[in-house]
Design a protein around this ligand. Structure first.
Ligand code: FE
Length: 281
Protein backbone atom coordinates (compact mmCIF):
# COMPACT_ATOMS: atom_id res chain seq x y z
CA UNK A 1 0.00 0.00 0.00
CA UNK A 2 2.77 2.43 1.03
CA UNK A 3 0.53 5.16 2.30
CA UNK A 4 0.92 7.52 5.24
CA UNK A 5 -2.14 7.53 7.47
CA UNK A 6 -4.05 10.81 7.44
CA UNK A 7 -6.08 12.22 10.35
CA UNK A 8 -9.64 10.91 10.15
CA UNK A 9 -10.97 12.36 13.39
CA UNK A 10 -9.83 14.58 16.23
CA UNK A 11 -11.86 13.68 19.33
CA UNK A 12 -12.17 15.83 22.42
CA UNK A 13 -12.43 13.52 25.48
CA UNK A 14 -15.57 13.94 27.57
CA UNK A 15 -15.55 14.16 31.35
CA UNK A 16 -17.36 11.23 32.96
CA UNK A 17 -17.74 9.96 36.52
CA UNK A 18 -16.99 6.27 37.12
CA UNK A 19 -16.44 3.93 40.04
CA UNK A 20 -17.03 5.60 43.40
CA UNK A 21 -17.02 9.12 41.99
CA UNK A 22 -13.82 9.19 39.93
CA UNK A 23 -13.64 11.99 37.36
CA UNK A 24 -12.16 10.76 34.09
CA UNK A 25 -11.54 12.02 30.59
CA UNK A 26 -13.06 9.41 28.27
CA UNK A 27 -12.14 9.40 24.59
CA UNK A 28 -14.39 6.46 23.79
CA UNK A 29 -16.29 3.73 25.62
CA UNK A 30 -17.82 0.36 24.67
CA UNK A 31 -20.50 0.82 21.98
CA UNK A 32 -22.39 -1.68 19.82
CA UNK A 33 -21.08 0.26 16.77
CA UNK A 34 -17.55 -0.88 17.80
CA UNK A 35 -15.83 1.91 15.83
CA UNK A 36 -12.50 1.40 17.60
CA UNK A 37 -12.34 -2.40 17.14
CA UNK A 38 -10.24 -4.09 18.65
CA UNK A 39 -10.23 -1.39 21.38
CA UNK A 40 -13.28 -0.73 23.55
CA UNK A 41 -12.43 2.15 25.87
CA UNK A 42 -9.74 4.73 26.56
CA UNK A 43 -9.78 6.66 29.82
CA UNK A 44 -7.35 9.23 31.17
CA UNK A 45 -7.43 9.84 34.90
CA UNK A 46 -5.74 12.87 36.37
CA UNK A 47 -6.10 14.19 39.90
CA UNK A 48 -4.04 17.28 40.53
CA UNK A 49 -6.16 19.36 42.86
CA UNK A 50 -4.88 18.93 46.41
CA UNK A 51 -8.13 20.21 47.93
CA UNK A 52 -10.39 17.53 46.45
CA UNK A 53 -11.83 14.89 48.75
CA UNK A 54 -10.51 11.38 49.40
CA UNK A 55 -9.74 9.33 46.31
CA UNK A 56 -12.01 6.34 46.55
CA UNK A 57 -11.27 4.75 43.18
CA UNK A 58 -12.96 1.61 41.90
CA UNK A 59 -14.18 -0.74 44.64
CA UNK A 60 -14.60 -4.49 43.89
CA UNK A 61 -16.18 -4.96 40.44
CA UNK A 62 -16.33 -7.73 37.82
CA UNK A 63 -14.94 -7.97 34.29
CA UNK A 64 -15.58 -10.57 31.60
CA UNK A 65 -14.66 -10.87 27.93
CA UNK A 66 -12.04 -8.10 27.81
CA UNK A 67 -8.50 -7.04 28.73
CA UNK A 68 -7.83 -3.94 30.82
CA UNK A 69 -4.50 -2.18 30.47
CA UNK A 70 -3.40 0.27 33.16
CA UNK A 71 -0.45 2.58 32.42
CA UNK A 72 0.71 5.03 35.07
CA UNK A 73 2.74 8.21 34.56
CA UNK A 74 2.46 9.57 38.10
CA UNK A 75 1.07 8.18 41.32
CA UNK A 76 0.00 4.55 41.51
CA UNK A 77 -2.94 2.16 41.58
CA UNK A 78 -3.26 -0.36 44.34
CA UNK A 79 -4.82 -3.53 42.97
CA UNK A 80 -6.43 -6.63 44.52
CA UNK A 81 -8.53 -9.40 42.98
CA UNK A 82 -10.69 -12.47 43.53
CA UNK A 83 -7.82 -14.84 42.66
CA UNK A 84 -5.68 -13.56 45.53
CA UNK A 85 -3.43 -11.32 43.42
CA UNK A 86 -2.49 -7.95 44.90
CA UNK A 87 0.03 -5.27 44.05
CA UNK A 88 0.85 -1.71 43.26
CA UNK A 89 1.04 -0.34 39.71
CA UNK A 90 3.57 2.50 40.04
CA UNK A 91 4.83 5.27 37.73
CA UNK A 92 6.02 3.83 34.42
CA UNK A 93 4.54 0.39 35.20
CA UNK A 94 1.96 -1.43 33.10
CA UNK A 95 -0.60 -4.00 34.11
CA UNK A 96 -2.07 -5.88 31.16
CA UNK A 97 -4.93 -7.90 32.65
CA UNK A 98 -6.75 -10.46 30.55
CA UNK A 99 -10.02 -10.83 32.47
CA UNK A 100 -11.19 -13.67 30.22
CA UNK A 101 -14.09 -15.63 31.72
CA UNK A 102 -14.22 -13.65 34.91
CA UNK A 103 -12.41 -11.67 37.53
CA UNK A 104 -13.48 -9.44 40.41
CA UNK A 105 -11.04 -6.71 41.31
CA UNK A 106 -10.49 -3.45 43.12
CA UNK A 107 -8.44 -0.54 41.75
CA UNK A 108 -7.51 2.27 44.14
CA UNK A 109 -5.46 5.22 42.84
CA UNK A 110 -2.81 6.69 45.16
CA UNK A 111 -1.09 10.06 44.91
CA UNK A 112 2.60 10.26 44.02
CA UNK A 113 5.13 12.48 45.88
CA UNK A 114 3.99 15.56 43.92
CA UNK A 115 0.38 14.93 44.96
CA UNK A 116 -0.67 13.94 41.46
CA UNK A 117 -2.25 10.88 39.94
CA UNK A 118 -1.94 10.57 36.20
CA UNK A 119 -2.59 7.48 34.14
CA UNK A 120 -4.49 5.74 31.40
CA UNK A 121 -6.73 2.72 31.08
CA UNK A 122 -7.27 1.02 27.76
CA UNK A 123 -9.77 -1.81 27.24
CA UNK A 124 -8.88 -4.31 24.55
CA UNK A 125 -11.49 -6.71 23.23
CA UNK A 126 -11.10 -10.49 23.17
CA UNK A 127 -12.35 -12.50 20.19
CA UNK A 128 -15.31 -14.88 20.77
CA UNK A 129 -12.94 -17.85 21.01
CA UNK A 130 -11.02 -16.25 23.92
CA UNK A 131 -13.74 -14.49 25.89
CA UNK A 132 -14.01 -17.28 28.47
CA UNK A 133 -10.28 -17.96 28.69
CA UNK A 134 -8.53 -18.18 32.08
CA UNK A 135 -7.57 -14.82 33.56
CA UNK A 136 -3.96 -13.81 32.97
CA UNK A 137 -1.81 -10.94 34.21
CA UNK A 138 1.22 -9.38 32.63
CA UNK A 139 2.64 -7.00 35.22
CA UNK A 140 5.53 -5.09 33.76
CA UNK A 141 7.69 -2.92 35.97
CA UNK A 142 8.97 0.39 34.58
CA UNK A 143 12.58 -0.90 34.27
CA UNK A 144 11.48 -3.78 32.04
CA UNK A 145 9.91 -1.57 29.38
CA UNK A 146 12.48 -0.93 26.63
CA UNK A 147 13.11 2.66 25.55
CA UNK A 148 14.06 3.49 21.95
CA UNK A 149 15.79 6.85 21.53
CA UNK A 150 16.68 8.46 18.24
CA UNK A 151 16.99 12.11 17.14
CA UNK A 152 14.47 14.00 19.26
CA UNK A 153 12.36 10.89 19.81
CA UNK A 154 11.87 8.81 22.96
CA UNK A 155 9.59 5.78 22.79
CA UNK A 156 8.66 3.33 25.54
CA UNK A 157 7.63 0.07 23.90
CA UNK A 158 4.93 -1.72 25.90
CA UNK A 159 3.62 -3.95 23.11
CA UNK A 160 4.59 -4.35 19.46
CA UNK A 161 7.86 -3.40 17.84
CA UNK A 162 9.85 -0.20 17.23
CA UNK A 163 13.16 -0.30 15.31
CA UNK A 164 13.52 -4.03 16.00
CA UNK A 165 12.86 -3.59 19.75
CA UNK A 166 9.91 -5.63 21.02
CA UNK A 167 7.77 -4.67 23.99
CA UNK A 168 7.42 -7.18 26.86
CA UNK A 169 3.64 -7.74 26.56
CA UNK A 170 3.02 -10.86 24.49
CA UNK A 171 0.35 -13.32 23.39
CA UNK A 172 -2.43 -10.75 22.94
CA UNK A 173 -5.12 -11.65 20.38
CA UNK A 174 -5.46 -8.07 19.08
CA UNK A 175 -1.76 -8.02 18.02
CA UNK A 176 -1.40 -4.59 19.64
CA UNK A 177 1.09 -1.79 19.32
CA UNK A 178 1.15 0.24 22.54
CA UNK A 179 3.73 3.01 22.89
CA UNK A 180 4.38 6.10 24.96
CA UNK A 181 6.05 8.63 22.69
CA UNK A 182 7.78 11.94 23.44
CA UNK A 183 9.02 14.16 20.58
CA UNK A 184 11.23 17.25 20.90
CA UNK A 185 10.40 20.30 18.76
CA UNK A 186 11.27 19.89 15.08
CA UNK A 187 11.09 16.09 15.08
CA UNK A 188 9.58 13.60 12.65
CA UNK A 189 8.33 10.27 14.03
CA UNK A 190 7.65 7.42 11.63
CA UNK A 191 6.10 4.13 12.65
CA UNK A 192 4.95 1.22 10.51
CA UNK A 193 1.43 0.04 11.32
CA UNK A 194 -0.06 -2.76 9.21
CA UNK A 195 -2.82 -1.69 6.81
CA UNK A 196 -6.24 -2.65 8.14
CA UNK A 197 -5.25 -2.17 11.80
CA UNK A 198 -7.02 0.50 13.82
CA UNK A 199 -4.62 3.26 14.97
CA UNK A 200 -5.17 6.12 17.43
CA UNK A 201 -2.88 8.58 19.22
CA UNK A 202 -3.84 10.17 22.54
CA UNK A 203 -2.05 13.53 22.67
CA UNK A 204 -1.80 14.49 26.35
CA UNK A 205 0.86 17.21 26.23
CA UNK A 206 1.96 19.70 23.57
CA UNK A 207 1.11 19.75 19.92
CA UNK A 208 2.01 17.95 16.69
CA UNK A 209 0.92 17.63 13.06
CA UNK A 210 -0.40 14.55 11.28
CA UNK A 211 -0.10 14.91 7.51
CA UNK A 212 -0.38 18.67 7.81
CA UNK A 213 -3.25 18.76 10.31
CA UNK A 214 -2.53 19.99 13.80
CA UNK A 215 -3.50 18.03 16.92
CA UNK A 216 -3.17 19.74 20.30
CA UNK A 217 -3.47 18.25 23.81
CA UNK A 218 -5.78 16.92 25.02
CA UNK A 219 -7.21 15.07 22.01
CA UNK A 220 -7.54 11.56 20.59
CA UNK A 221 -6.37 11.48 16.98
CA UNK A 222 -7.94 8.68 14.93
CA UNK A 223 -5.96 7.67 11.85
CA UNK A 224 -7.31 6.68 8.47
CA UNK A 225 -6.05 3.45 6.93
CA UNK A 226 -2.55 3.19 5.54
CA UNK A 227 0.64 1.42 6.53
CA UNK A 228 2.68 4.17 8.13
CA UNK A 229 2.19 6.84 10.77
CA UNK A 230 4.02 10.15 10.32
CA UNK A 231 3.79 12.62 13.20
CA UNK A 232 5.82 15.85 13.21
CA UNK A 233 6.44 18.58 15.71
CA UNK A 234 7.09 22.26 14.93
CA UNK A 235 7.90 24.79 17.68
CA UNK A 236 6.35 22.66 20.40
CA UNK A 237 7.19 19.28 21.86
CA UNK A 238 4.53 16.59 22.17
CA UNK A 239 3.73 13.53 24.27
CA UNK A 240 1.21 10.89 23.23
CA UNK A 241 0.17 7.28 23.65
CA UNK A 242 0.10 5.44 20.31
CA UNK A 243 -2.19 2.43 20.08
CA UNK A 244 -2.92 0.14 17.16
CA UNK A 245 -4.40 -3.32 16.76
CA UNK A 246 -6.07 -5.81 14.43
CA UNK A 247 -9.88 -5.54 14.41
CA UNK A 248 -11.83 -8.74 15.16
CA UNK A 249 -14.86 -7.77 13.04
CA UNK A 250 -17.25 -9.50 15.46
CA UNK A 251 -20.51 -8.11 16.83
CA UNK A 252 -20.24 -6.98 20.45
CA UNK A 253 -22.70 -6.75 23.32
CA UNK A 254 -21.31 -4.28 25.89
CA UNK A 255 -22.80 -4.08 29.36
CA UNK A 256 -20.85 -2.07 31.94
CA UNK A 257 -17.68 -4.01 32.78
CA UNK A 258 -18.60 -6.95 30.49
CA UNK A 259 -18.18 -7.05 26.75
CA UNK A 260 -19.47 -10.23 25.13
CA UNK A 261 -20.68 -11.07 21.62
CA UNK A 262 -24.39 -11.59 22.37
CA UNK A 263 -27.04 -10.39 24.82
CA UNK A 264 -27.50 -14.01 25.97
CA UNK A 265 -23.85 -14.09 27.07
CA UNK A 266 -24.43 -10.86 29.06
CA UNK A 267 -27.46 -12.50 30.73
CA UNK A 268 -25.23 -15.48 31.56
CA UNK A 269 -22.60 -13.18 33.13
CA UNK A 270 -25.26 -11.54 35.33
CA UNK A 271 -26.64 -14.95 36.30
CA UNK A 272 -23.15 -16.21 37.15
CA UNK A 273 -22.64 -13.15 39.37
CA UNK A 274 -25.93 -13.84 41.20
CA UNK A 275 -25.14 -17.55 41.60
CA UNK A 276 -21.56 -17.01 42.76
CA UNK A 277 -20.20 -18.90 39.74
CA UNK A 278 -18.70 -15.84 38.02
CA UNK A 279 -15.09 -16.38 38.99
CA UNK A 280 -13.92 -19.51 37.24
CA UNK A 281 -10.73 -20.47 39.04
FE1 FE B 1 -11.58 -2.80 36.53
Amino acid sequence: MNKNRTLRENIEPQFVIEGAGVLLRRSFGPQVSNRFDPFLLFDHFAFNDPVEGPIVGFPMHPHRGIETVTYMLEGSVSHRDSLGNAGLIGPGDVQWMTAGGGILHEELPRRGPTGSIYGFQLWVNLPAADKMTSPRYQEILADSIPVVERDGTRVRVVAGEVDGVRGPVSGIAADPLYLEVALAPGTCFLQEVPAGHLAVAYVFEGRAAIEGREVEAVRLAVFDDGDRIDIRTGDSSVRFMLMAGAPFGEPIAPYGPFVMNTRAEIQQALEDLRNGTFVMR
